[in-house]
Each structure stands twice: as structure tokens, then as C-alpha cells.
Design a protein. Structure first.
Length: 79
């Protein structure tokens, strides 16, 4: 992302790898999840689906993002 700063440098298989720290990564993931929810609810209401329909859309995004977050955790644990 554009707002992520490189703060962590380490060697992986003899190659210098730059990345963000653990807390910065967690903050960026949480920021993206919250941002998606804040954008999907008003967008659903504006599209004419009504409050109930927009809440269903927000719940669908929540489930997809929750699955993606758990998948990222499993990949990180495996590597």
C-alpha cells in the first residue's frame, strides 16, 4: 500500500526482504476491513436496495472478508 512504511528488513534465503512490522500489518488489515464495511452500507442504501438489503450486502462482505482473513492467517502459519 502507499501508506505503509518499510520498517522491517530481514534475510530470507540470502536475499534481503523489506516489509512492514507485525503491528503495522494488523492495523492495515483492520483498517481495510472497517473501511469496506463503512463503504458498503451507504452504497447499498444509495443503490435502492433499502436498509435491509444493504445490511445483507454488508453481511456478505463481512463473511467474505472474514474468510479471507482466516485464509491469510493459515497461509502465514504454514510459511
Amino acid at each position: 500500500e502507499g501508506d505503509a512504511k518499510v520498517v522491517d528488513t530481514r534475510l530470507v534465503n540470502g536475499v534481503e526482504v523489506k516489509g512492514t512490522s507485525g503491528p503495522q500489518t494488523v492495523f492495515n488489515i483492520c483498517k481495510n476491513i472497517v473501511g469496506e464495511g463503512m463503504l458498503s452500507l451507504p452504497s447499498g442504501v444509495a443503490a435502492g436496495t433499502g436498509l435491509l438489503g444493504s445490511m445483507v450486502i454488508a453481511l456478505a462482505f463481512c463473511m467474505i472478508l472474514g474468510y479471507t482473513f482466516s485464509l491469510m492467517g493459515r497461509v502465514c502459519h504454514a510459511t
